[in-house]
Design a protein around this ligand. Structure first.
Ligand SMILES: Nc1ncnc2c1ncn2[C@@H]1O[C@H](COP(=O)(O)OP(=O)(O)OP(=O)(O)O)[C@@H](O)[C@H]1O
Ligand SMILES: [Mg+2]
Length: 255
């Protein structure tokens, strides 16, 4: 679904992320780990074609389902974002319009991305069931819901849009531990029900271990190590990965 070759993100002379090679199939989850400033979010921005809006530039190749994205115009990109790829962030409430109800926002978003009117209501209802949210939430404003509810609502939008790829940048980092695992469950459901490929970014390898099939570890814009999750978590080849693992409790592993 996603095929990256020699992707490089720069601001002026400084390279902030360099991904030599990355392949992600439908329904697969890639975890990206690494300390603060390692280039995780810059990688996410580049995959979404948003680097130019932040004032940076990108070289290399990113393909989505065999289509090269790096040469798309802004207009062509708008037909990809929200339809084939979507992104969720650490603080979903911050990206929800505070002046309209979640129901109005849901309807507008589906309309904006070309979901026919006749289908919107059914898609909305089904998506809320999938993320285990009461439909009553649709009458609320963003400030009237919890962080966990807001994140599940954001994932419901993604489910209703039926995108092929979800980029999730630290989606659980602002949540407490119980709520974190609810959101992880909802993401797992999304991948299983819709075959969504997910890029899951977290500085927490334990959280990544719960969801990801493969893991990429980044440091100072470079990929330190990448491979199947069990290998990275249980037999890391790099000292840096071992240090990251020591920083978090990993189930089944003694410090
Ligand atoms: N607009 C910009 N101009 C120049 N450098 C930038 C710009 N935006 C980000 N950077 C640099 O890119 C590097 C990677 O940042 P990025 O946000 O990707 O890190 P991160 O891994 O997501 O960190 P965190 O875990 O804190 O979210 C940082 O060194 C940052 O200073
Ligand atoms: Mg970040």
């Amino acid at each position: 679904m996603i095929r990256v070759r020699d992707l490089q993100v720069s601001y002026g002379d400084s390279v902030v992320a360099h991904i030599p090679e990355l392949d992600l199939a439908a329904g697969q989850v890639l975890g990206i780990a690494g300390e603060s400033g390692s280039g995780k979010s810059q990688t996410a921005l580049a995959l979404m074609g948003l680097t130019r809006y932040a004032g940076g530039s990108v070289t290399g190749s990113v393909q989505l389902g065999g289509v090269e994205l790096s040469t798309l115009t802004n207009k062509q990109w708008r037909a990809v974002r929200g339809r084939r790829m979507a992104m969720i962030l650490q603080s979903p409430r911050a990206s929800l319009n505070p002046t309209i109800t979640l129901g109005a926002l849901f309807g507008r978003t589906l309309k904006l991305h070309g979901v026919p009117r006749a289908e919107r209501q059914a898609r909305m209802e089904q998506a809320l069931v999938e993320v285990v949210l009461d439909p009553q939430i649709l009458s609320r404003y963003p400030h009237e819901v919890s962080g966990g509810q807001a994140q599940r609502f954001a994932i419901a939008l993604v489910a209703a849009l039926r995108v092929d790829v979800l980029i999730a940048d630290e989606p659980t980092s602002a949540l407490d531990v119980t709520v974190q695992s609810e959101v992880i469950d909802v993401l797992r459901g999304l991948r299983e029900r819709h075959g969504t490929a997910i890029v899951f970014i977290s500085h927490d390898l334990a959280v990544i271990g719960e969801l990801a099939d493969q893991v990429m570890v980044m440091r100072r814009g470079e990929v330190v190590e990448q491979g199947p999750t069990s290998q990275i978590l249980h037999e890391p080849a790099q000292q840096y990965t071992r240090e990251l693992l020591l920083a978090v409790p990993v189930i089944g592993r003694t410090r």
